[in-house]
Design a binder for this molecule. Structure first.
Ligand code: ZN
Length: 455
């Protein structure tokens, strides 16, 4: 990672991206408090709607902009996206109607959604080296993840000192700094090196996802993360203020507990992952989230008692820890599952698919809470999370080696690929190598078929 950050232009762009991400995250938290000020007990519905708008925009706008990103004057485009976000954020404190929140969020998130694919298209031009590029992709994926998890904690810290209206001002300054950083970066004109449109890359990524067992498992885990995360993102404000009788700083404390759990696990994990395989770590994370949701469900049935505050702190940090255990190894899993040229497509597919999971859980957390209360909502989210975990357990086999022995049909395979392969029968060759889905390996090998042919 250190060699990566020696590239001055990359470092500037990455810093701009991270501060832009955190700006968006802080705005989301401030927005929650704004929603409570305007909507009171229906704040969850407002937040659920606002975050659903965010996800719809992400899933639709990002691929479209991605397809055209190479035709835009990229530096001015990125700079103006930061400035648009700064302007929107500065307008938020003057909002006094709920629909105004939705409009501003739609514009704010459109700018964010347009930013990501443009940024992703620029990186390979700045970092022509394949390995550095892959590391940059992982860094971006980790930054996105950490933003979702850590900005509530940052907001919490800030809210102990200032009112949430000032949070919007701070965020706007962050965006302005990002804009200046991008303006100071040399961004080469889009080269022919950027292979395929974002749309094509998404299709390739989706195909790899569908055919790779461990990635199908990751789909289930995405759902577990979104189900538990929605409780944190959408329900914290109302739970603290309406049920626990807490204040603005009470909301901040609970969000901080969640971020604390995340940080602790995210910092400890790299060493653990040297010894324990990613599957065990991620499934343990999913089980932890189920435990957290079950405890939250039990807590929602308790009528009174000061102990609930401490229980909530423990539950919120448990959910943070479980989330980090799933999200931290995700980049490694993606890297393992595609040849270098297909990795951008795979990271893009994970971006869309994980947002799709949030698109299911945000509306549930928002609207169901307002109509039926916390118990029914959290039971529904727990059921979704359990479904995700069961899917992951079934789809991602316990034995998941890097190298796989498999067969190739002699008629459909490039002979160069089969140089050191051994002949099995008239039409089949067999060999072993690190297996990923690519044009020569469109399907995952089935072990029983191999044995039958080999016998
Ligand atoms: Zn092969």
């Amino acid at each position: 990672m250190s060699t990566l950050f020696r590239h001055r232009d990359y470092l500037r762009l990455f810093t701009a991206q991270v501060s832009g991400l955190f700006g968006t995250g802080l705005t989301t938290v401030a927005l929650g408090l704004l929603a409570y000020e305007l909507a009171g007990s229906s704040a969850a519905a407002v937040l659920g709607t606002a975050l659903t708008i965010k996800m719809v925009v992400y899933v639709t706008v990002a691929p479209i902009v991605g397809a055209y990103a190479h035709r835009l004057p990229r530096r001015s485009f990125l700079t103006s996206l930061h400035l648009v976000r700064a302007a929107i954020v500065l307008a938020l404190p003057f909002v006094d109607q709920i629909w105004q929140i939705y409009v501003l969020i739609a514009i704010l998130q459109t700018a964010s959604a347009a930013y990501t694919p443009t940024y992703q298209a620029i990186i390979p031009d700045i970092l022509p080296d394949e390995r550095e590029y892959t590391r940059a992709l992982s860094a971006a994926q980790l930054a996105t993840t950490m933003e979702t998890l850590l900005s509530p904690m940052l907001a919490a810290a800030a809210l102990m000192l200032i009112s949430f209206h000032w949070l919007f001002v701070g965020t706007a300054i962050g965006f302005a700094i990002s804009a200046a950083l991008v303006l100071g970066t040399r961004i080469p004109a889009a080269g022919a090196a950027t292979a395929g449109s974002f749309r094509e890359r998404i299709t390739v990524g989706m195909r790899i996802f569908a055919a790779t067992p461990r990635l199908r498992g990751l789909l289930g885990l995405n759902l577990v993360v979104a189900a538990a995360g929605s409780v944190i993102m959408v329900n914290t404000v109302n739970y603290v203020r309406d049920i626990l009788g807490g204040t603005q700083s009470g909301v901040a404390m609970l969000l901080a507990a969640n971020g604390f759990g995340t940080m602790l696990v995210a910092l400890a994990l790299p060493r653990v992952l040297d010894r324990i395989d990613a599957r065990s770590v991620m499934l343990t994370g999913a089980a932890t989230l189920l435990l957290g949701l079950t405890a939250a469900l039990a807590l929602s049935t308790a009528d009174s008692g000061d102990w609930r505050r401490y229980a909530a702190l423990a539950i919120w940090s448990t959910i943070g820890a479980g989330t980090a255990a799933i999200l931290t190894p995700t980049g490694q899993i993606l890297r393992r599952s595609a040849r270098p040229t297909d990795r951008p497509a795979l990271f893009a597919a994970q971006f869309s698919l994980s947002h799709l999971a949030w698109l299911i859980t945000y509306p549930i957390a928002g609207w169901l809470t307002t109509t039926t209360g916390f118990t029914v909502t959290w039971l529904t989210l727990l059921t979704l999370a359990a479904t995700g975990l069961i899917l992951a357990l079934r789809l991602w086999p316990r034995h998941d080696p890097e190298q796989l022995t498999h067969l190739h049909e002699i008629t459909t395979t490039d002979p160069a690929l089969l140089l050191d392969a051994e002949r099995v029968d008239a039409t089949h060759y067999r060999h072993t190598h690190p297996y990923v889905i690519d044009p020569d390996h469109p399907r995952w090998p089935r072990p029983n078929r191999l044995l039958a042919t080999a016998a």
